[in-house]
Design a protein around this ligand. Structure first.
Ligand code: KG4
Ligand code: ZN
Length: 355
């Protein structure tokens, strides 16, 4: 099994070639950071144009690095949603064209499923088996899911307002730390005092597994407004980044501990706690989750840091998992801006497509 995976749903134009044993033969990621940096966030129209301009070269580079031809492939996978529709269209059209010309199966991958299954790609001998409890934290999503098989997800909780990555990005923007915010907050937090600023832990101690981050974001803004006028000092930046990260971490751990109970109620003897998505690259958060899993008698697993943020390898791997089950898509597949993993889960009013 050998699959080309294409990812274009946000601000990375990415392509990878992965084989059935989970070997990553090529993993090309072209980030559009410079295009979006002046705006402090991803501009959908710019992203779509940049994907269109670069996708062919990124795919060609991946094929060359992997040293394979299209004829060697078992299928082509592309992110089919959810995400910025202009970008998703570019990836899907590219994949369909290659599949049609070379008579290969086409797989439309749910971006969230690609994040969800990455840990099975990178596990090697000790690959994670179903079922597992997944904390999926990215720029667009913040969910807790019972992962029970390919295409089989039960949502235990979701954000009722902002996604965790969004909270990191907005905090960084308010402090002038640059874009993307998550890695910047993490870096500044390393030398900060996490107890200096008192910030809320939204929903902590409440029942259920939902998240909320807008109150935390608001308090960060108020804290900045209360600082002496003028540019924020480096010490203040570090202390506020550390205080934010600690507050967000406490809230996440609290929600996860409720989810662990709900997960085992559904799946007695179930598997590990898994973190995935861009924010799972955060080392402080990984440590907190690993400690929580330890306390709960569970193993903890997360993809290597470089495969937490968007990439083509996760899309190729989700393609492999689906191809193995004959779950392919037709050429009339239409990109889906909204595509929940658990279609039965209710929508959260304040979170829009994030839920
Ligand atoms: O999964 P991803 O690459 O794209 C989406 O599907 O949204 O996630 C991107 C998000 C951004 O909000 C980014 O700031 C955050 O992940 N992120 C981090 C870190 N690295 C990326 N957040 C906290 N700490 C990090 N080290
Ligand atoms: Zn993502």
């Amino acid at each position: 099994m050998l699959v080309l995976g294409i990812e274009t749903s946000c601000d990375e134009t990415a392509a990878a070639v992965v084989d059935g044993d989970g070997r990553i033969l090529a993993n090309e990621v072209l980030s559009q950071l410079d295009e979006h940096r002046p705006y402090g966030g991803v501009v959908p129209e710019l992203a779509a144009r940049a994907h269109l301009e670069h996708v062919d070269a990124v795919v060609a580079q991946a094929m060359q690095t992997a040293d394979v031809t299209f004829a060697d492939l078992s299928g082509i996978a592309a992110t089919g949603g959810p995400g910025l529709i202009g970008g998703v269209l570019v990836g899907v059209m590219t994949a369909k064209a290659i599949a049609a010309v070379h008579s290969l199966p086409f797989v439309a991958v749910n971006h969230l499923e690609a994040h969800a299954l990455t840990v099975r790609l990178t596990g090697g001998e000790s690959a994670v088996e179903f079922p597992y409890l997944l904390l999926l934290v990215s720029g667009g999503h913040c969910q807790l899911l019972s992962v029970e098989g390919v295409g089989r997800y039960h949502r235990l909780g979701t954000t009722i307002d902002d996604a965790l990555g969004e909270a990191f990005d907005k905090t960084a923007k308010m402090m002038g730390l640059g874009y993307p915010g998550g890695p910047a907050v993490e870096r500044w937090a390393e030398t900060g005092n996490s107890e200096r600023f008192e910030l809320p832990r939204p929903l902590k101690g409440r029942d259920g597994c939902d998240f909320s981050f807008s109150g935390l974001k608001t308090r960060v803004r108020q804290t900045i407004e209360d600082l002496p006028p003028g540019p924020i000092s480096d010490q203040d930046k570090s202390d506020l980044a550390a205080s934010f990260q600690a507050a967000a971490g406490d809230a996440v751990v609290d929600r996860c501990s409720n989810a662990i109970e709900a997960f085992f109620a559904r799946n007695p003897g179930g598997g590990p706690l898994v973190a995935a998505g861009g924010v799972a690259a955060n080392r402080a958060l990984r440590e907190r989750l690993s400690a929580l899993a330890d306390q709960s008698g569970m193993a903890f697993a997360a993809p290597p840091v470089e495969l937490c943020t968007d990439n083509g390898a996760m899309v190729a791997w989700a393609g492999i998992e689906r191809l193995r089950l004959d779950l392919t898509d037709e050429m009339d597949f239409r990109p889906r801006p909204r595509w929940p993993l658990d279609p039965d889960a209710p929508t959260a009013a304040g979170a829009g497509v994030k839920a």
